[in-house]
Design a protein around this ligand. Structure first.
Ligand code: ZN
Ligand code: ZN
Length: 139
């Protein structure tokens, strides 16, 4: 007989951020929350010409000189993942990580101009035809 443990709890680790709006126990909690998170920096420009980063998250009013933000962790405005700010991202109003820093159009210009009037389905058909043709020619 195999002895089985009657109840095995899966060891699930869940991250749950308490909602400050429904669980406020004074300023301490709000402060703790503000200090724990990764700031989501947004750049603003004062009328004086000075630029700073401030944290865009609701319970945080963290501010930082743009030069000091270099090498700091921020949340990406595109994918929401934390990343380290580099010389490029500190120049952005809404910094994004390197993963999100890709050219918008990976499609070549030829493809866009040639087939712009044809529907996607037709374009696919054409592409398939083209591919088959190429194969035949190669053989
Ligand atoms: Zn913050
Ligand atoms: Zn990203």
């Amino acid at each position: 007989m195999v002895e089985q443990s009657p109840y095995k709890r899966p060891n699930l680790v869940q991250f749950q951020i308490p909602q400050p709006s429904c669980n406020i126990r004074g300023e301490k909690l709000v402060k703790a929350l503000a200090e724990k998170h990764i700031h989501k920096f947004k750049r603003i420009k004062y009328k004086s010409g000075n630029m700073i980063f401030f944290c865009a998250l609701p319970d945080c009013n963290h501010k930082m000189n743009t030069a000091l933000a270099l090498g700091k962790r921020s949340l990406c405005w595109r994918c929401g993942e934390p990343f380290i700010m580099n010389e490029y991202s500190i120049r952005l109003a809404k910094p994004h990580c390197e993963n999100c820093h890709k050219p918008k159009n990976s499609i070549t210009r030829e493809e866009v101009t040639e087939n712009s009037s044809i529907s996607l389905a037709d374009r696919l058909k054409q592409t398939i035809k083209q591919a088959q043709k190429n194969e035949e020619e190669e053989i």
